[in-house]
Design a protein around this ligand. Structure first.
Ligand SMILES: [Cu+2]
Length: 322
């Protein structure tokens, strides 16, 4: 029963956006039809087993055999056809409602890029690029603001799945897929990559933060600002820019312009590190920079063999990027 009450953050049984609700409704219909079939077939089987069981007073002769019944044959042909037609129509309706939607005015567009083993989120029309934590506005009744995701992959097959918001959709190279959702309630919706994509597939988590439209606007404005590192962290910045970090990571407003790894412009505004592998705390960050394999064995960031003091400095720098 716990599964039914949204206390499980990834429960498919507590949909919070239109596509997830449509899929949930369809699954209930399908479950009730197959449940009814199970009861009828199982009931008949049970009845036959009990009514025609072997009895001691019985003799060994075979009972009278019956052949052919147009009535029965007709019913077991027509009823299944009707069931299939009903399921087909109900499914087609949900597919059209979830996949053939065009973006209404007010839509937020986000480009999602799947990487081994993290997610990149770009907000077209702005410079904002972030990772693993997708911020979106809620879609109010009076002020609908659905989010449309345009999804591509930088390497191999991934699949974007946030069960409370929508169904799964594959994220594959050389193909653009589009999905959308429109949660009404602010909150954190969790999901994860649902297509095996390599060693750290299991730690390729997704966090969707649905915010009130004002909060979202404030968040976006904050992210649009370039990083403004203070002089106090100049030494850490020098470590970052004096090592290969800057070839893989971008920090807008500085010379670091790498694109292979997550954009770190506002790294300190994220709650988690390395696609949800651990929470974003100074200790975790230091450990991550020292040895990414410690939390994510096979992660595509190398251990850079910095000295402990350089690790402290570069961590302080990154933690200052709010
Ligand atoms: Cu993946």
């Amino acid at each position: 029963m716990v599964l039914l009450h949204g206390s499980v953050p990834t429960s498919i049984f507590s949909p919070a956006a239109s596509p997830a609700r449509a899929i949930f409704g369809l699954s209930l219909l399908t479950l009730s039809i197959v449940g009814a079939i199970f009861l009828v077939v199982g009931g008949l089987l049970l009845y036959a087993l009990i009514a025609y069981r072997e009895r001691p007073e019985q003799d060994d002769r075979e009972p009278v055999q019956l052949y052919g019944s147009n009535q029965i044959e007709l019913s077991w042909t027509v009823i299944p056809i009707l069931i299939v037609v009903v399921l087909f129509l109900a499914t087609a309706r949900v597919i059209i409602a979830t996949e053939r939607q065009s973006a209404p005015p007010g839509t937020l567009n986000v480009t999602v890029v799947g990487h081994q083993f993290w997610w990149e989120f770009r907000y077209p029309g702005t410079d904002v690029v972030t990772a693993n934590e997708l911020h979106i506005p809620v879609s109010e009744e009076t002020h609908p603001r659905p989010t449309f995701l345009t999804m591509i992959s930088a390497d191999t097959d991934h699949s974007f799945w946030v069960p409370r918001l929508a169904g799964k959709l594959d994220v594959i190279p050389n193909k653009i897929n589009v999905m959308w959702f429109d949660p009404k309630d602010p909150g954190l919706y969790l999901g994860q990559c649902a297509q095996y994509c390599g060693t750290q597939h299991a730690k390729m988590l997704i966090r969707v933060y649905a915010q009130t439209q004002q909060d979202f606007a404030a968040w976006l404005a904050g992210q649009e600002r370039p990083a403004a590192p203070s002089a106090a962290v100049a030494a850490g910045r020098a470590v970052f820019e004096g090592n290969a970090c800057m070839n893989c990571h971008r920090i807008r407003g500085t010379v670091a312009d790498g694109r292979f790894g997550p954009d770190l412009t506002h790294f300190a505004s994220r709650d988690t590190l390395a696609s949800g592998a651990v929470t974003n705390t100074p200790e975790h960050l230091r450990e991550w920079i020292k040895d990414p394999d410690h939390y994510k064995e096979g992660a595509l960031m190398p251990a850079m063999h910095l000295t402990d003091s350089d690790i402290d400095l570069v961590s302080e720098y990154l933690e200052s990027l709010h």
